[in-house]
Write a protein that binds this ligand. Structure first.
Ligand SMILES: [Zn+2]
Length: 131
């Protein structure tokens, strides 16, 4: 069975923003290549600028998230890392991490972060407690 590798959310968003910058630059480069056709050049430049602006927004967003993220020392590689939500992965070694004692030892799953799932789980527990 292949083991899924979960990477840290902050790292994922950062990679995404970096790709956006490159896509933006690529579009602007396309603009330079098509400078003989003015309207095409304009379109390429506008799209390129939009991508770069979009990635700047994402970077800003990561900054806001990083402030809210919990700083911990990874038990696996002993480096400081930041985690978002109840489950996340280490930024350095991708070790799955959890803040929730109930989830310790369980298989890492992104669904543990969703409030809907947590609500369902709680209702299930309440039902079994009543019986
Ligand atoms: Zn680690």
């Amino acid at each position: 069975m292949s083991q899924l590798v979960y990477s840290s959310k902050i790292n994922k968003i950062r990679t995404f923003a970096l790709i956006m910058v490159f896509v933006g630059i690529l579009f602007m480069y396309g603009g330079i290549l098509t400078k003989k056709i003015e309207w095409l050049m304009a379109i390429f430049f506008v799209i390129g600028v939009l991508f770069v602006v979009f990635s700047c927004v994402i970077y800003f967003w990561i900054g806001l998230f990083s402030v809210r993220a919990v700083s911990i020392i990874c038990p696996s590689c002993e480096k400081p890392t930041k985690m978002l939500g109840r489950v996340d992965a280490c930024m350095h070694c991708d070790q799955p991490l959890t803040l929730d004692k109930d989830l310790e030892g369980k298989e890492f799953d992104e669904k543990y972060n969703s409030p809907k799932y947590r609500k369902e789980l709680k209702e299930k527990q309440d039902q079994t407690n009543k019986k």
